[in-house]
Design a protein around this ligand. Structure first.
Ligand code: TA6
Length: 297
C-alpha cells in the first residue's frame, strides 16, 4: 500500500474499509478488495493510491507529499475545479491555481461493495466559504468505480438560479517505472505548449518523456496509451466530457523546485489529465449538470 506513510488504523468498518491516519492525524479511507487496494483522502476527495492485485501501482504519489489540509496533495488524482490553472480572475484575486475543490474537505456520501469492485461517492456542496471565492450554488460529486481499473466521474450540478461556466481537470498522476522506457501514443495531432507561450504545435505520433512537458492537446477520439515498457505494461486513458487532454511532467528542474516531490520524482510519473481548459469553460444553466470522466486501465 502506501507504506511510506506509516499509517495507523483508527477504525475498521468492515473487511473492505478502514480509516487510517498518518503521524499528524491526517485521515485516509483505505479500501481493500480481492481485485485491488486503493486509498482516498476526504480532503480533496483525492484518490491517492490504486493497485490492482499482481500489478504495479497505477497512480503516482509523491513520497514527500505534504498532508497539511492546506495545499493540494502532490500525486494521485487532484480535482482541479472550478477553474484550471490560473485564470485572470484567480490571479487578480490571489486565488489558488486549479481552484478550491482539491483543497476542500468533502463528505463521503455512499460506498457500495460488490464482487466486481467498490463504488464510492464524495460530495462537495456550495458553502459560504466557497461562495466567497466563487459566487455560485453547486453540488460537486466525485463518483469512483474501482474494479481492476479506475473510473472517475466528476459531476458538476448548477443548483443556483443563474448560469455559470466552469473549467478544471481530473489531474491524474500516473505511476510509471522509468521515464526513459516510456512513450505515449494516441494523443491528438494538435496541442498548445504551455512552456512556449501557448504556441500551437503539431504532435509527433509518439511522445517521449525526455524534457519538461506541459501541453494541452485537443481531445483524443480513442484511448491515450502510456507504454510503460519497464513494467511490461500499457496504461490506457480514455476520457469523456472533456475538451482537452493535459500532459505534464515537471522534469528535472521542476521536480527540484517542488518541496513536495523528490528530485527524481519526475522519472516515475506522468500526468495525463481529462480536462476542460477552453475559454470560457463549460456553461451550465440552472438545474443542469455535466460529467467529466476518466477511465484508467
Ligand atoms: O496540469 C499541468 C499544470 O497546470 C502545470 O502547469 C503545473 O502547474 C501542474 O499543473 C501542477 O500544478 P500544481 O498547482 O498542482 O503544482
Amino acid at each position: 500500500m502506501i507504506s511510506h506513510l506509516k499509517l495507523k488504523t483508527i477504525r475498521t468498518l468492515n473487511e473492505h474499509i478502514s480509516i487510517e491516519i498518518d503521524q499528524n492525524g491526517f485521515e485516509f479511507i483505505i479500501l481493500k478488495h480481492k481485485k485491488f487496494d486503493a486509498a482516498f483522502s476526504l480532503y480533496g476527495a483525492h484518490l491517492v493510491h490504486f493497485q490492482a492485485k499482481n500489478a504495479a501501482p497505477l497512480i503516482y504519489l509523491s513520497k514527500t507529499a505534504i498532508y497539511d489540509s492546506k495545499k493540494a496533495i502532490r500525486g494521485g488524482v487532484p480535482i482541479c475545479w472550478p477553474w484550471f490553472g490560473n485564470t485572470e480572475k484567480s490571479k487578480q484575486n490571489g486565488l489558488a491555481s486549479h481552484g478550491f475543490a482539491r483543497t476542500s474537505e468533502w463528505t463521503l456520501s455512499t460506498i457500495n461493495i460488490t464482487d466486481l469492485g467498490i463504488d464510492i461517492e464524495f460530495l462537495l456542496e456550495a458553502s459560504q466559504q466557497t461562495k466567497a471565492i466563487w459566487p455560485h450554488d453547486f453540488n460537486l460529486t466525485l463518483k469512483a468505480s474501482l474494479t481492476d481499473h479506475i473510473e472517475l466521474t466528476l459531476v458538476t450540478e448548477n443548483t443556483g438560479d443563474t448560469p455559470f461556466n466552469y473549467s478544471g481537470a481530473l489531474h491524474t498522476y500516473l505511476h510509471i517505472a522509468d521515464h526513459r522506457q516510456c512513450t505515449v501514443t494516441g494523443l491528438a495531432a494538435n496541442y498548445t505548449d504551455s512552456l512556449q507561450n501557448n504556441q500551437a504545435k503539431k504532435s509527433q505520433q509518439v511522445l517521449n518523456i525526455d524534457r519538461p512537458i506541459d501541453s494541452i492537446y485537443e481531445k483524443s477520439d480513442g484511448a491515450i496509451v502510456v507504454n510503460d515498457d519497464a513494467y511490461k505494461r500499457t496504461i490506457a486513458v480514455s476520457n469523456e466530457g472533456n475538451d482537452s487532454v493535459v500532459v505534464w511532467n515537471p522534469w528535472i528542474e521542476g521536480a527540484k523546485a517542488f518541496a513536495d516531490m523528490p528530485d527524481d520524482g519526475y522519472q516515475t510519473m506522468l500526468c495525463i489529465e481529462s480536462a476542460i481548459t477552453a475559454d470560457p469553460g463549460y456553461s451550465l444553466k440552472p438545474g443542469d449538470s455535466h460529467a467529466l470522466k476518466t477511465i484508467i486501465k
